[in-house]
Design a protein around this ligand. Structure first.
Ligand SMILES: O=C1O[C@H](COP(=O)(O)O)[C@@H](O)[C@H](O)[C@H]1O
Length: 270
């Protein structure tokens, strides 16, 4: 069986899509997300999506905000969660939720109770990121169904930006968080990327999603993409341990795909 045929049937094989540049990638990913949410709402009544921070995640949300097709989404029947958060005070411009509100959420009619931001520092949990992580894990567990073995909801789509060091969410190479096997959310201390204190979903929580989409654009991501897709261990390259139950999709621009070995490069790209 040829590689392109196998990727249609083997859910453990990541699918790679390469777009001309980062703007087109953001627009195409936004269109893809709209379709996925509309389909999930038609099939199950509501949809759940896990958002990512970072440049590519925010570019996708901004593209979605500009798309006329955004009105096809029933925003009131959408649950939004986060893959990670910088543990900073409420409203801090570096918080992923602050950036998501600015890029999209302030301009669409989401239901506030369905916007599940991770806790901020200085609030109920003070400076205790571990307590904040525990609280978020409890919120996820409360939303999980009886059939969900990992105590998180069956997210329809979980998006992750890929860092130049192959980190996803706030799971960094060789850091304790990437080794976590029982908890669904952890406090992250001493992050190599500022700010040092964060809260993150773990790999078991990520892998409970129906679909995991990894976003990477720009030449600074090319090495990370090539390494993560060349099957190293997830401790060294956390992005390689991020996959979905029914689909794993890598959405790239040409610059980020530049170092992919030829056998991993998809046969067609836009
Ligand atoms: O700090 C973070 O970084 C990653 C990647 O961000 P990027 O700007 O290099 O694309 C992001 O996905 C994560 O959510 C965020 O907290």
């Amino acid at each position: 069986m040829r590689a392109e045929e196998r990727s249609e049937v083997d859910v453990s094989t990541p699918q790679v899509v390469v777009h001309r540049d980062k703007e087109l990638m953001a627009q195409a990913a936004a269109a893809r997300l709209i379709t996925k949410v509309v389909d999930a709402q038609a099939a199950r009544g509501s949809a759940s999506v896990v958002l990512t921070g970072g440049r590519n995640g925010n570019a996708l949300l901004a593209a979605l905000a500009r798309s006329p097709a955004r009105d096809a989404v029933d925003w009131a029947r959408l649950d939004l969660w986060w893959g990670d958060e910088r543990f900073l005070p409420e409203g801090d411009p570096e918080r992923n939720v602050t950036q998501a509100r600015e890029a999209l959420l302030d301009s669409v009619p989401v239901t506030p109770e369905r916007v599940h931001a991770m806790p901020a520092s200085g609030g109920r949990y003070g400076s205790d990121a571990d307590a904040a992580a525990e609280a978020y894990a409890a919120e996820l567990a409360a939303a999980a169904g009886a059939e969900d073995h990992v105590r998180v909801p069956s997210f329809d789509v979980l998006m992750l930006g890929v860092g130049p060091d192959t980190h996803v969410a706030s799971l960094f190479p060789e850091h304790p968080g990437v080794r976590e096997r029982s908890r669904t959310v952890v406090g992250v201390h001493g992050s190599p990327k500022p700010p040092p204190t964060r809260v993150s979903l773990t790999l078991p929580a990520i892998r409970a999603a129906r679909e995991v989409w990894l976003l990477a654009a720009g030449e600074d991501k090319a090495g990370a993409v090539a390494v993560a897709l060349s099957a190293p261990g997830e401790l060294q390259a956390p992005a390689s341990g991020a996959y979905g139950r029914s689909r794993t999709l890598w959405l790239l621009d040409r610059a980020a795909a530049a170092k992919l070995p030829p056998q991993l490069y998809p046969p067609a790209s836009s």
